[in-house]
Design a protein around this ligand. Structure first.
Ligand SMILES: NC(=O)c1ccc[n+]([C@@H]2O[C@H](COP(=O)([O-])OP(=O)(O)OC[C@H]3O[C@@H](n4cnc5c(N)ncnc54)[C@H](O)[C@@H]3O)[C@@H](O)[C@H]2O)c1
Length: 388
């Protein structure tokens, strides 16, 4: 698809769909051909305000949508004729029923984490398995929780550090737009199934990872909070961990010492940064809560469920349509277009300088270690890295 723009449809304009649509509209190698839904409430009306073409996902809903004053450009079948790919953002379980329609129309499709892995046969997190998705017909962008686990634990797995991972997920009770009708108050609900589904789900992306997750939900709607305990294959220092996470795309540090002490303060930071809808596309790792001992690493992170998987959808569009073969280039392009950063407050935090110094210190520590090991031995003095 060199020099061509991917023509994209978004089916389901809710929490995820409206964000995917806005993110597609920001890319210079994609065109948002239209959005489809069955509702005519205020959320879909905003699509009209944005100038997006609106389609009725079900022909039977077209009349009521038009009656309500929405400018309907056609049905989902009409929209399918205009596009290369559809991003299905309909509610959990609805997406699978749409597969036949996409198949008939001959379009590629991306589903969200509410659908099962086998629907697409490929579960996607850009920094882990972009190459596998190249030119494929279908993929599923994993859920917010699984995306975050894959980014953070995947960074450690790629370095060969993970013996076994344990993650405890404290999920948000509901999404803000529907907190008047769902959610809980003054309680927390533990999931009684162990492992919770996010561990096995992460294994569809991070193959061979030994991971168990436990989950529960609490009376807040801002984000999820995760605690990871990772048993390592060797002793890993906090500095090595910090450096690994710094080098991982879409993971950014926050510090309690800066007043970022809770889910609400991190979201307040997103508000102050004038992020659209307060979105935090990065996984926020508490840098001052990172810890290590001889056997394990300990990581605390915040996952903005409404936003974290949006950039993955953009990269997934590029991979499936073959717009970009290089994962790093796609990730960088998406990040630049959306404003995804490594450092939330680069003017005062000076993280880039600090992390560069840290990397240098880790590098010289490693080479001292190798020199020591090779002293008087038969091996060459310049060590070659091995898979092990
Ligand atoms: N909300 C989250 O935090 C979150 C995070 C990551 C992934 N996901 C996943 O994303 C998917 C969408 O979730 P959501 O939270 O955006 O849901 P949502 O309820 O906010 O939005 C769904 C939209 O689809 C529309 N819709 C309903 N039936 C339809 C149909 N037959 N055809 C077309 N549109 C239809 C609804 O009117 C609504 O606008 C699910 O798979 C979910 O598991 C959700």
């Amino acid at each position: 698809m060199a020099n061509r723009k991917a023509r994209v449809a978004v089916n389901g304009y809710g929490v995820i769909g409206k964000r995917v649509a806005d993110a597609v509209a920001l890319q210079d190698d994609m065109v948002l051909a239209g959005v489809a839904d069955v509702s005519h409430d205020y959320r879909v009306r905003v699509a009209a305000e944005r100038g997006y073409r609106i389609y009725a996902s079900m022909p039977t809903m077209r009349y009521s949508m038009e009656e309500a004053g929405l400018p309907i450009a056609g049905t989902l079948d009409d929209l399918m004729r205009e596009v290369d790919i559809v991003v299905d953002c309909t509610p959990k379980g609805v997406g699978s029923a749409n597969k036949e329609q996409y198949e008939r129309a001959g379009v590629k499709a991306i589903w969200q984490g509410g659908e099962r892995h086998h629907l697409a046969g490929l579960s996607f997190v850009a920094q882990i398995n972009y190459a596998e998705a190249l030119n494929q017909r279908y993929a599923r962008v994993v859920s917010c929780n699984t995306t975050a686990v894959c980014r953070v634990i995947g960074a450690l797995q790629q370095r060969g550090w993970v013996k076994r991972a344990r993650v405890v997920l404290m999920r948000r009770g509901t999404d803000p737009w529907e907190s008047h009708q769902n959610g809980m108050i003054n309680t927390a609900i533990p999931e009684t199934r162990v492992p919770s589904h996010q561990g096995p789900d992460a294994q569809t992306v991070l193959r061979g990872l030994d991971i168990t997750t436990m989950a529960g939900a609490g009376p807040y709607d801002l984000s999820h909070l995760h605690y990871a305990m990772v048993e390592t294959t060797r002793k890993v220092s906090v500095d090595e961990l910090r450096n690994a996470l710094w080098e991982t795309p879409r993971v950014a540090f926050v510090n309690a010492s800066d007043g970022l002490v809770a889910l609400n303060s991190v979201i307040e930071l997103m508000r102050d940064l004038l992020r659209p809808r307060n979105d935090m596309w990065e996984v926020a790792v508490w840098e001052d809560a990172l810890a290590a001992d001889d056997r394990e690493l300990y990581i605390t992170f915040q996952v903005h469920n409404e936003a974290v998987s949006i950039p993955e959808n953009i990269d997934c569009i590029r991979a499936l349509t073959g717009l970009e073969t290089d994962p790093t280039r796609s990730i960088q392009k998406t990040d630049e277009a959306m404003g995804i950063v490594k450092s939330f407050l680069p003017t005062t935090w000076k993280e880039t300088d600090r992390q560069a110094t840290l990397k240098e210190a880790i590098g010289s520590m490693r080479s001292r270690f190798m020199e020591e090991g090779f002293k008087g031995s038969e091996e060459p003095t310049e060590a070659e890295p091995t898979g092990a």
